[in-house]
Design a binder for this molecule. Structure first.
Ligand code: PEP
Ligand code: MG
Length: 583
């Protein structure tokens, strides 16, 4: 008899619904095929096994060291991993499988781990049940060392839900052919983590905060991820599946209608043009931006060029990357952001110091100013590719004017050496010190954008990746809105364009609010462009501004939330009712 449906509730990270077969990232316990070896190869496979066990142990040790004594993270779990890696039974069985059954190392690790996992899961005590997820982690880790196959994307035959037994990261998505990924279930992850941003832009729903995953989910189980309800259904009932297909059809139909309608600029009812541009990460995203009617590209997150790479891409590779993007964008404007390396985006090959607080550490422009070689190579590549295009260059994480002036000097000298025109340069305001000093930047920059994702985490002292403090990470805190309003006004008074490219701008709930604050340029995930344009076309700029003039009197985010509910209903009620909203 088929096992019954089971429901797990976690935290909604990326809105949406999806259905697919459970796939444990790292393929730890999935048995795709069995690979045999010849007798002469036995020694090599055993040697490789010893090497990767040592590597895993030293990586775990380094990880333990990176936590100081005050961390809430219980590092004893990492010691358990080390014990498993040294466990004579585990080692003995893998070696025996290689040398007697003549299976390759990966097959042997999978077979033995599956066997351990089954035995642990069947044990009565919770202690042993927990060891089963430790075993999955170990197996996943060892197999990832065997596969140093970097660039190659893996694809799936059927719709798949990724199951991640740790915090979910951007490479969890980029490593696979994303067409088939219908959802992600993970242990940790915040709503504006870079992994969540990627998932959102590819319409992949994510639920995190699900603990003891491997106790409940087995590889290959059918999973229905309803992120709007923060729920994961394991082996969903037929009625749940048919409701999903109905809802999916409605969303697809609405999307089609709006995409067709909004392949053109949008104006408010009183005739003010509002640009709705796209945020992208890869050349292949440009087509999605165009299909959704983007008025240009407001943010290219160029650091994704480094994903799944074994070394820093050459200047020529970079030129090709920017050319492919700019060609797709055509005559429209394209804002290319210099690489924002660091925080939760660390390329595998990049030597980073151990940092206690990576988001406040060596990141973005701080790295670029120290590593002039990387800075100049990227800039040259952008300028060469952009020679005949309408592009601008944006710098992430600028904190002080001094930093900015230093960066500009480098831009000037690179332009001079290349004999090319100096590109228009702007600042991504995402560090409190910089946005509070925006007026001073005005005479030195050509344009501004606000990175609400980081700005909010630095202002609220709430990590954007940490669901535990997510209740503090809200863009509708009165003080945050005051800062946004002042920034928009400063740019207006100085005749500089300003956009918002953080996730806040892409959430249709906030469209009326942001237009009310005077924002005329949005940069958002491509799939939300049509709905945001539809809302804009239904509101009056003046009326939104008049309503927003009452905001300073509201003292709490709860009050602002009620205000948003009221104005959205009044100005965009009909259209907002048709889409599943997500906050
Ligand atoms: C931001 O911080 O809002 C932003 C746009 O940059 P990222 O999300 O890439 O850090
Ligand atoms: Mg940022």
């Amino acid at each position: 008899m088929a096992a019954r449906e089971k429901k797990l509730v976690g935290i909604n990270i990326v809105e949406g619904k999806g259905l697919g077969k459970a796939y444990f990232v790292g393929r730890a316990v999935r048995q795709d095929s069995v690979v045999s070896i010849s007798r002469q190869d036995i020694g090599n496979h055993i040697m490789l096994f010893n090497e990767i066990r040592e590597k895993a142990k030293s990586d775990y040790r380094a990880y333990v060291k990176s936590f100081d004594g005050t961390s809430a993270f219980d590092t004893s779990i990492l010691n358990v991993y080390e014990h498993i890696l040294d466990d004579p039974a585990f080692i003995g069985q893998v070696v025996e499988t290689i040398s007697i059954k003549l299976f390759d190392l990966e097959t042997s690790i999978r077979l033995v781990s599956s066997d351990f996992i089954k035995r642990f899961s069947a044990a009565g005590t919770s202690y042993f049940k927990e060891r089963s997820s430790d075993m999955v982690e170990i197996c996943e880790k060892l197999i990832s060392y065997i596969h140093k196959d970097g660039d190659r994307k893996k694809s799936f035959i059927e719709p798949t839900v990724l199951v991640v037994l740790r915090a979910f990261t951007p490479s969890d998505i980029l490593r696979y052919d994303k067409e088939k990924i219908k959802g992600v279930v993970s242990v940790h992850g915040g709503k504006t983590s870079h992994a969540a941003i990627l998932a959102r832009s590819y319409s992949i729903p994510v639920v995190s905060g699900i603990h003891n995953i491997s106790e409940h989910i087995r590889p290959g189980d059918q999973l229905y991820v309803d992120a709007d309800k923060a729920t994961v259904y394991i082996r969903p009932a037929g009625s749940v599946i048919s409701r999903f297909h109905e809802a999916e059809k409605k969303t697809v139909d609405l999307g089609k209608t709006l995409r067709k309608k909004w392949n053109r600029p949008v104006y408010t009812k009183d005739g003010i043009q509002i640009e709705v541009m796209a945020n992208i990460s890869l050349p292949e995203d440009v087509a999605q931006a165009n299909n959704n009617g983007a008025d240009g590209i407001g943010l290219v997150r160029t650091e994704y060029l480094l994903s799944n790479k074994k070394e820093f891409p050459s200047e020529n590779t970079q030129v090709e990357f920017y050319r492919a993007i700019l060609k797709g964008v055509g005559k429209k404007e394209c804002v290319i952001r210099m690489m924002d390396i660091g925080g939760d985006k660390i390329p595998e090959f990049f030597e980073m110091p151990v940092e206690y607080n990576p988001f406040m550490g060596w990141r973005a422009i701080r790295i670029l100013l120290e590593r002039r070689d990387l800075f100049e190579t990227q800039l040259r590549a952008i300028m060469v590719a952009g020679e005949k295009h309408n592009y601008k260059v944006m710098f992430p994480m600028v904190t002080t004017l001094m930093e900015w002036l230093e960066a500009k000097k480098i831009v000037k000298s690179v332009s001079k050496k290349l004999g090319l025109k100096i590109p228009e340069c702007g600042v991504l305001f995402e560090v409190p010190l910089a946005i509070l000093e925006m007026e001073t930047f005005m005479k030195e920059i050509e344009f501004a954008s606000i990175g609400t994702n980081d700005l909010l985490q630095y202002l609220s002292a709430a990590d954007r990746n940490n669901p535990k403090v997510n209740y503090l990470y809200t863009p509708i805190e009165p003080a945050f809105l005051k800062i946004l309003k002042t920034a928009i006004d400063v740019c207006k008074d100085n005749g500089k364009s300003i956009s918002i490219c953080g996730e806040m701008a892409g959430n249709p709930i906030y469209t009326v609010l942001l237009v009310g604050l005077g924002l005329k340029r949005f940069s958002v995930i491509p799939k939300n462009i049509p709905i945001i344009k539809e809302i804009i076309s239904n509101i009056s700029f003046m009326e939104a501004a008049e309503s927003a003039s009452h905001l300073p009197a509201i003292e709490s985010s709860a009050g602002i939330s009620r205000w948003i509910g009221r104005v959205n209903k009044r100005m965009a009620g009909e259209i907002l009712e048709k889409i599943p909203l997500f906050e």
